[in-house]
Design a protein around this ligand. Structure first.
Ligand SMILES: Cc1ncc(COP(=O)(O)O)c(C=O)c1O
Length: 353
């Protein structure tokens, strides 16, 4: 049975996207591709409020997350860690042979500007990574306040994962001074998996140019020189880029503010639902994700059983991630999901509870 997805990615895809993706194939060195590439990167710049370079990589998010540390860490990297994906990013940084420290807070807590300030004030780091919206814990860290701190450290490259938050709230990449903003498209952007997007400031490109052993597939210099011709270093996932072209048009026709409001509304809807049923939210007040709600299993529910029953009724439900699986569950309300669809799902959860 096909299940409607309420897991935090991949998520439900609008039928128009699949139609757009089934357009006839073109060659990636043909002018038709250059037109598509130019249109999509222009749309992404509008979405991200930036004039920085925007690149398209054929991989999931971790391809570029690895690429970013290979290209941008020259000395030592501070990997801010507050959940499964940020912990893994530290591991990946080390596996790339880079000097790096995990600056960790307990899962469920945000990365705070104070922690960033304290860490960078040591003068040990030339780069930092953080995840804006930790999908494993439903914690959204205060990006604007952290960006204010980052302005005091112009020699530190600021690398941010926005995989599960992009387009759900304003993330003005240029105004925030993010040097490299990275996301895959299968979560907040509601596309099938396989495409990752990243931005790069001049500072980031300058750093990359001075770093050795960048490899080939994610070499930012290769992306930059190919993008000058509206192209990519290797054959891109053209069908998905057609899908992204369609999705950008859909986002702009909904209106960015309407999209942001819809996400806020669905987050509030979900938080009230779980609270009224006696559960506690995993993230502290003020740091709760707008795209998924991570809930403490404070009623000791058999989450595996609940997941199975919901699956039988046609709904994919998430019973927690990594070391908090079973202790928490997550309800995703991202992408193109509408409040009425969420309400329908929550009513079914209610019956099964
Ligand atoms: C915040 C965040 N970053 C990175 C990833 C890893 O993405 P991928 O599996 O697309 O490489 C995920 C996946 O869930 C995520 O939620």
């Amino acid at each position: 049975m096909t299940q409607k997805l309420f897991i935090p990615g991949p998520i439900n895809i609008a039928p128009e996207i699949f139609t757009a993706m089934s357009q006839p194939m073109i060659g990636h060195r043909m002018k038709e591709y250059a037109e598509l590439h130019g249109r999509v990167t222009t749309g992404l710049k509008r979405l991200l409020s930036t004039e920085d370079r925007v690149f398209l990589a054929t991989s999931s998010a971790f391809g570029v997350m690895e690429g970013a540390v290979r290209n941008l860490v020259k000395g030592r990297c501070a990997n801010f860690c507050n959940g499964a994906f940020s912990d893994k990013w530290h591991d990946v940084t080390r596996r790339c042979g880079k000097d790096a420290d995990a600056i960790s807070v307990p899962w469920g807590q945000p990365i705070t500007p104070e922690l960033v300030e304290r860490t960078l004030a040591t003068g040990k780091y030339d780069s930092m990574t953080m995840i804006h919206n930790e999908t494993s814990t439903g914690v959204m860290s205060p990006l604007a306040e952290i960006a204010d701190i980052m302005r005091r450290y112009p020699d530190v490259v600021f690398i941010v994962d926005t995989v599960s938050s992009v387009s759900a709230l304003p993330i003005p990449v240029q105004a925030l001074g993010i040097d490299c903003c990275i996301f895959g498209v299968q979560k907040a952007l509601a596309l099938p998996p396989g495409l990752a997007v990243f931005t790069a400031t001049e500072k980031a490109l300058k750093r990359a140019a001075s770093v050795e052993n960048r490899g080939y597939y994610f070499d930012f210099m290769e992306f930059s020189s190919n993008d000058d011709k509206n192209n990519t270093p290797s054959t891109p996932c053209i069908s998905l880029i057609y899908g992204l072209d369609c999705q950008l048009q859909r986002i702009f026709s909904e209106g960015l503010e309407a999209r942001w409001d819809r996400h806020r509304l669905m987050a509030e809807q979900t938080r009230s639902f779980v609270r009224e049923r006696g559960f506690q939210l995993f993230a502290p007040e003020g740091y709760r994700s707008l795209t998924l709600t991570c809930v403490e299993n404070s009623r000791g529910i058999d989450l595996a059983g609940l997941k199975k029953r919901l699956g039988e009724r046609g709904y994919a439900f998430d019973d927690g991630y990594g070391k908090i699986k079973g202790q928490t569950f997550r309800i995703a309300h991202m992408g193109d999901l509408q409040p009425a669809e969420l309400e329908e799902f929550l009513a079914v959860v209610d019956e099964e509870l």
